[in-house]
Design a protein around this ligand. Structure first.
Ligand code: UDP
Length: 495
């Protein structure tokens, strides 16, 4: 590399900015947090950023997210060609992590060519969790490299400890009668393990273990949480049980990084409807970019909402029974209004007309959460949705479906204290209408809901402090930038 960050700047020119190349894996839940990291690096820490996106299947929602990051233009975005999965031998029933892993692997040569095509090589590489196989490009370019984990510290601890569990635990994790222990952290209930740990013979389990091992190839980890949220788990990740073995550098807390609320994001009709509702009275129902449920569960949910007599906005997707992450890769496709209403109980829309609003497929979730009329969120507990809820002071009903959502729900219920949840996991057993009715009432109108709302508001204020200048997450990214400069200096000296 031909520039020296530490050289004096005698010509009075502005010092050259660090240029970061960020790599996003497919899916809205990955694209959104990496975009926000990119914007934060540019706006608060003086980086130049190019984001390389491995597309899923081009969807309207994905295109909108990319467009929104371009105005004002803070980032350069390079969409890599969509990988040919048939050529890669990926079957239609491949599970999500295997699919993501293969997509990222197939994108390798396109990413390498795109990096080579840049005017000048980047100064630092940041890949997201599914991009760890690309860390070697940091070595090829002789630049520092980091892994961005857009999730929480307990999830990361389980991931990093999974190669040890793989050696110690016999049989399937879900069949264990004892909790799964992680050094220094809350143990994990067998039924809460992440999807790739559900079946050890599935290819996605091997991809998951591979990722766990590859994280140590990076010079550090960026995590989308803040220090106050998970102080103990973060301390555990930084002690000798993990450091030097599973983690090869600092763990930087950089969150909560979420999208900004857009002034016109709600649109006229939705805004007018929300403005008419009493403060903190509306329950938002949304299951992230991929969440789906069976037709039977969907009908029970509709009955539960109706019986609760609470106000609601429901971002509704048609039921898909084969897999709970049904639309993760093709969000926003299929299922017109008529088709969707055919899955609801007869007369549901008419009977709930005065209290409820249905938005088909994809809606402005964050903008809705930020409206003062919203008082609860029935959520699948994806990490972005969780952060969006906390930052807007909204308590949740936890309805975990896939990926790491069961673990998130337990974290939010037992450690952070901002959710109520059904007695049984919705991924195991149909949640009946009476229970849904009770949960909806409790979160919006009962004492438990009010107490929880107060707790979320406390967290909201610690979150806001963390990302403002001088706050822990702000300082953490500043330190990461210093670390980066030091590593560049060392690499330059060595060559
Ligand atoms: N989202 C949205 N509208 C929708 C559904 C989801 O804007 O109708 C956004 C949501 O605000 C969040 C992201 O998509 O930013 C979903 O990410 P999360 O990590 O919660 O779940 P995932 O989609 O990865 O399961």
């Amino acid at each position: 590399m031909d520039f020296d960050l530490f050289s004096s700047n005698s010509s009075m020119e502005k010092p050259k900015k660090l240029h970061a190349a960020l790599l996003s894996s497919p899916g809205m839940g990955h694209l959104i947090p990496i975009m926000e990291l990119g914007k934060c690096l540019v706006a608060d820490h003086g980086f130049e950023v190019t984001i390389f996106v491995v597309p899923s299947q081009a969807s309207r929602a994905e295109a909108e997210i990319i467009d929104s990051a371009m105005t004002p233009k803070l980032l350069d975005i390079v969409e890599l060609p969509a990988p040919d999965l048939t050529a890669a031998g990926l079957g239609p029933n491949a599970s999500m992590v295997e699919r993501l892993a293969v997509m990222m692997r197939e994108a390798r040569s396109a990413f390498r060519s795109a990096l080579k095509a840049m005017e000048a090589p980047p100064d630092v590489l940041i890949v997201d969790l599914f991009g760890t196989e690309h860390l070697c490009m940091g070595d090829e370019l002789r630049i520092p490299k980091y892994v961005y984990v857009p999730s929480n510290a307990w999830f990361l601890a389980l991931l990093l400890h999974s190669p040890v569990l793989d050696k110690e635990v016999k049989g399937e994790y879900v069949d264990q009668t004892e909790l799964l222990k992680i050094p220094g952290c809350k143990p994990v209930r067998p039924e809460d393990v992440v999807d790739p740990m559900l079946d050890r013979s599935n290819q996605q389990y091997h991809e998951y273990l591979r990722i766990a091992g590859e994280i140590a190839m990076g010079d550090g980890i960026l995590l989308n949480v803040w220090e106050d949220l998970q102080a103990e788990t973060l301390a555990a990740l930084r002690n000798e049980e993990f450091l030097g073995r599973a983690v090869n550098g600092p763990v930087y807390t950089v969150g909560p990084l979420i999208r900004p609320v857009r002034p016109a994001g709600l649109g006229k009709e939705l805004l007018e409807w929300l403005d008419k509702q009493p403060r903190e009275s509306v329950l938002l129902v949304s299951f992230g970019s991929g969440g789906t449920m069976s037709a039977e569960q969907l009908a029970e949910l509709a009955w539960g909402l109706e019986l609760s007599r609470q106000r609601f906005i429901w971002i509704l997707r048609k039921p898909i029974v084969e897999s709970l992450d049904g639309s993760f890769f093709d969000v926003g496709k299929g299922g017109g209004d008529d088709e969707l209403s055919s899955f609801l109980p007869d007369g549901f829309a008419v009977r709930t007309r005065d209290v409820g609003l249905i938005i088909p497929l994809w809606g402005p979730q964050l903008d809705i959460l930020s409206h003062p009329s919203v008082g609860g969120f029935l959520s699948h507990c994806g990490w972005n949705s969780t952060l969006e809820s906390i930052v807007n002071g909204v308590p949740m009903i936890a309805w975990p479906l896939y990926a790491e959502q069961r673990q998130n729900a337990t974290l939010l219920a037992e450690e952070i204290g901002v959710v109520i949840r059904p007695k049984e996991l919705p991924s195991k057993k149909i949640v009946g209408r009476e229970e849904i009715e009770k949960l909806a009432r409790m979160i919006i109108a009962k004492k438990e809901g009010h107490q929880m709302r107060a707790r979320v508001k406390e967290l909201k204020s610690t979150a806001e402090k963390a990302v403002t200048k001088g706050g822990t997450s702000y300082e953490s990214l500043r330190r990461m930038k210093e670390d980066c400069k030091m590593r560049i200096h060392q690499i330059n000296k060595a060559h």
